[in-house]
Design a binder for this molecule. Structure first.
Ligand code: ATP
Ligand code: MG
Length: 568
């Protein structure tokens, strides 16, 4: 068997699960963001796929498969050919026909269903595929977590109306709960940002781990959980009295909030920072308290922008008339819309940039008196210690790995494709859609991130490359080898997949590899052991001292029992 375990940590691996994936010989790097699956990795990947497939089938979804190579026309129908930007791999065939390597498949599946479904009698329908996806990620990293090519299960539901679509959504949501549970994974559903679809209902499933790239706001009191991109918090009305002092210039060399805190000797909550963005090419300003960060997702949503990015230096100068670091909400040079966070409504006695040519701030800023604010809205990122918007609890912030997402799409795609059905009055109606993704390859690695120790991976039995490893210590001794091969046959007959390590290696090497790869149960068969009582059985998730010696005839039962008790 092609197994290659490594003692050294790969240089580019930053997080434990990435190191272990490579060290245990599950995958091999081809180039940045591209991996080959070695036989061990492939076995686990297939087991996860199988769990996903069984739960999709159980939920009534039907498996299909659509081409990875997707014609540009599909994407142009919804305008996403351009909107996807550099994230999508685009190419041309020999006849100059444009196509993309599918990063997802809403367009393709809508076109597919439109060609098949025409009557309400054919609905509801949910289809799914387990297919490779391609995304030219800005920063491919962390191994399979964020790769350029990855395996995704994507499902799409089509319904006659909003109620039916709601049923489909929750049906998938519950299937996801079962999928992760069967993978031995603790994944929590969190509310997420509806993206283009505005307030559309969507949940992401996250594996909580320090290595996660997403921030999750969590209320331990009521259980509210949301991606920081979307997390709400409770706003206390600003208690400040209107300012009696007039607005005044305060020259300062300090550009950043930290420098201002030192220079003025007041807290960041008495300062406001102002950021200039280009929303669909037009400058807008956002103003948040000095101790807050702007939430770009909320800000973008607030101004209903398609493209949204921090303005370049020259635009900032043009808009504010001031050097970088001195933008403020009081009379910018060019009259642009200024949005301020809810916490600044009624704020007074604040320090802000002055939009003046020089290193000057304003003090005594009273937002109601001195600033022309287009709108006060929640545009900041929730922080630990903020009050929960749903109860009187206090928010905590956790890190999460997004392993899946369920999403109500409404009619965005079906309208664009005119995917309609005839109701019983023979009227044409637009289908209501939902989409549901599981990052299959990311899930593989998330399992490792959640389940490992200093010696290696600790696989849940359901997704381990093999459930049992037999470390055969004296392969050259025929009698000992016979015991191992009889046991292997008995285990396989019982449906327990087993790997026999019959390499001519020292026991220490075999034990180290068994721990590194993380087989749920290890059985040691050796001459010495057999003479003194039998074979040795040990669970990977148990203390090393908890080995059990059983006679070879009793091994099958003991292993069954050990597997049943081991993780998941
Ligand atoms: P992310 O926010 O992490 O970039 P996403 O929200 O863009 O992911 P979706 O479009 O929701 O991703 O795709 C469904 C699932 O596919 C995700 O929940 C995630 O598990 C997985 N996935 C997305 N991008 C990648 C990637 N580059 N590498 C591996 N898995 C990925
Ligand atoms: Mg997602």
């Amino acid at each position: 068997m092609l197994i290659q375990t490594l003692r050294e940590t790969p240089a580019d691996a930053e997080i434990d699960s990435h190191k272990l994936l490579v060290r245990a010989g599950l995958v091999r790097k081809v180039a940045g963001g591209l991996y080959s699956y070695m036989p061990l990795g492939m076995r686990s990947l297939k087991k996860i796929q199988q769990i996903v497939r069984e739960e999709m089938d159980r939920a009534g979804a039907q498996e299909i498969v659509m081409p990875i190579l997707q014609p540009a026309e599909l994407w142009k129908t919804t305008g996403r050919w351009d909107a996807m930007g550099p994230n999508m791999f685009k190419l041309r065939d020999r006849s100059e026909r444009e196509a993309a390597l599918g990063p997802t498949a809403e367009e393709e599946v809508t076109d597919f269903i439109k060609g098949i479904v025409s009557s309400y009698r054919q609905l509801p329908v949910t289809v799914y595929q387990i297919q490779w996806k391609f995304r030219d990620e800005t920063r491919p990293r962390f191994g399979l977590m964020r790769s350029k090519e990855f395996l995704m299960k994507d499902a799409y539901s089509f319904d006659v109306d909003a109620d039916a679509a709601d049923k489909s959504y929750w049906n998938m949501y519950h299937a996801y709960e079962r999928i992760y549970e069967r993978c031995g994974l603790k994944a929590v559903p969190v509310q997420a940002d509806g993206g283009d679809m505005g307030d559309s209902l969507t949940h992401e499933f996250h594996v909580l781990a320090d290595a996660g790239e997403d921030g999750i706001a969590w209320c331990p009191k009521c259980g509210y959980a949301a991606n920081l991109e979307a997390a709400e918090k409770r706003f206390e009305p600003c208690a400040a009295e209107p300012c009696t002092e007039p607005l005044a210039e305060a020259p300062t060399p300090a550009k950043t909030i930290e420098d201002m805190v030192k220079f003025f000797g007041v807290g960041p909550e008495k300062m406001a920072k102002t950021l200039v963005y280009l929303a669909d090419g037009k400058p807008v300003m956002f103003c948040v308290r000095g101790d807050r960060e702007l939430n770009e997702v909320k800000a973008k949503r607030l101004v209903c922008a398609k493209t949204f990015a921090l303005a370049d230096f020259s635009t900032v100068r043009e808009v504010t008339g001031a050097p970088i670091g001195y933008a403020g909400p009081v009379k910018p040079k060019i009259d642009v819309p200024i949005y301020a966070d809810l916490e600044l409504e009624g704020a007074s006695g604040m320090l802000t940039g002055a939009n003046l040519d020089g290193e000057i701030d304003y003090k005594n800023v009273d937002f109601a008196r001195d600033c022309k604010i287009a709108k006060y809205a929640d545009i900041t990122i929730a922080q630990a210690g903020d009050k929960c918007a749903h109860c009187d609890g206090t928010l905590e912030i956790k890190r999460g790995i997004e392993v899946g997402q369920v999403f109500k799409l409404g009619t965005k795609y079906s309208k664009a494709f005119n995917a309609v059905y005839k109701n019983d009055a023979l009227e044409e109606k637009v289908m209501i859609m939902g989409c549901y993704g599981v990052g299959v390859s990311r899930t593989l690695q998330a399992i490792i991130e959640q389940s490992h120790d200093k010696d290696g991976i600790v696989w849940p039995a359901s997704v381990a490359p093999f459930q049992v490893v037999i470390d055969l210590l004296d392969p050259q001794e025929a009698e000992v080898a016979q015991v191992a091969s009889d046991l292997e046959a008995a285990l396989e007959a019982a449906g327990i997949d087993t790997l026999v390590d019959d390499r001519e290696e020292r026991p220490g090497v075999k034990f180290k590899d068994a721990d590194l790869i993380g087989f749920p149960v290890r059985v040691v068969v050796g001459a010495k052991g057999l003479k003194s009582g039998g074979v040795e059985i040990k669970r990977r998730d148990e203390d090393k001292t908890k080995t059990r010696i059983v006679a070879p005839e009793a091994a099958l039962d003991a292993i069954r029992q050990a597997l049943g008790q081991s993780k998941s």
